[in-house]
Write a protein that binds this ligand. Structure first.
Ligand code: C5P
Length: 249
């Protein structure tokens, strides 16, 4: 059995406060994109995990193994064909975990949240407004088919470290303000760009190249450019940094 697990971007991400449980309250718009990992599930002797990318840990810290255990899997060999870069703010590990819960017949939001703040979103995907840790989800009208150019710098950002850089919190704007590109901003940009100034330059290059919108995804380091047409997007070439062409789904 194979299952595709799609990456996400954040159109917008406001950090609205720090909570007693150590997490932060957010206001964000999640969007699934066509870039994906592929998971293969086969009957196995015990529970095991392999991954095409040797830099991804396949021990008990891997969210796929944790999801499989939470769902009660016992004799299963799982393989991840990895295309979503780790540490890029694209939710690859979270999406893999959600796909595993779905495959095992346990698409349970509470189980998903126990694995990570972004995992509940991936049970449904699409375009969604989220508050809380990111688990209080309201679907928005789909924004499928928008051509994207992802810029994937080699610098990786740990989400935990990015939150630690944040010292000021934003007022929530509410869902209605999040139906318009004009209000799509990311509170992680300022502190992460201060630490990794090249990311600011890469975002500006997307705008200069004709993106109708550009921003960082999640806590970075991926920069996203949204284009009016696939032709406009495909005319843009960055030869000094990895890019991926994909589309919102
Ligand atoms: O939930 P997840 O394990 O993906 O989060 C990784 C880290 O990011 C958490 O340990 C926490 O430090 C931080 N985080 C946060 N507030 C959120 C989501 C994540 O502070 N809403």
């Amino acid at each position: 059995m194979t299952r595709e697990s799609y990456a996400k971007i954040n159109w917008s991400l406001r950090i609205t406060g720090r909570r007693a449980d150590g997490f932060h309250d957010l206001e964000t718009v999640f969007q699934t994109i066509s870039l994906h990992d592929t998971l293969t599930f086969n009957r196995g002797d015990g529970l095991s995990l392999t991954c095409s990318d040797p830099t991804i840990p396949i021990d008990e810290t891997n969210l796929v193994l944790r999801a499989a255990r939470a769902a009660g899997a016992e004799n299963l060999a799982i393989h991840i064909e990895k295309r979503i870069p780790a540490g890029g703010g694209l939710g690859g590990g979270s999406s893999d975990a959600a796909a595993t819960l779905i495959e095992l017949g346990k698409p349970d939001p509470a189980m998903a949240l126990s694995l990570g703040s972004d995992v509940p979103f991936f049970l449904g995907g699409g375009t969604a407004y989220a508050t809380g840790r990111g688990e209080i989800l309201t679907p928005l009208p789909p924004m499928a088919g928008i051509p994207l150019l992802l810029v994937l710098p080699p610098e990786k950002v740990l989400t935990r470290d990015a939150f630690a850089l944040v010292t000021r919190y934003s007022e929530p704007l509410g869902i209605d303000a999040h139906r318009d590109f004009a209000n799509f901003t990311n509170d992680f940009e300022e502190p992460v760009f201060a630490l990794l100034p090249r990311l600011r330059t890469l975002k500006q290059r997307l705008i200069d190249a004709g993106a109708m919108w550009a921003g960082m995804s999640g806590s970075g380091s991926t920069l996203v450019g949204a284009f009016d047409s696939a032709q406009a997007r495909d005319a843009v070439v960055f030869d000094d940094v990895r890019t991926e062409r994909c589309v919102t789904i």
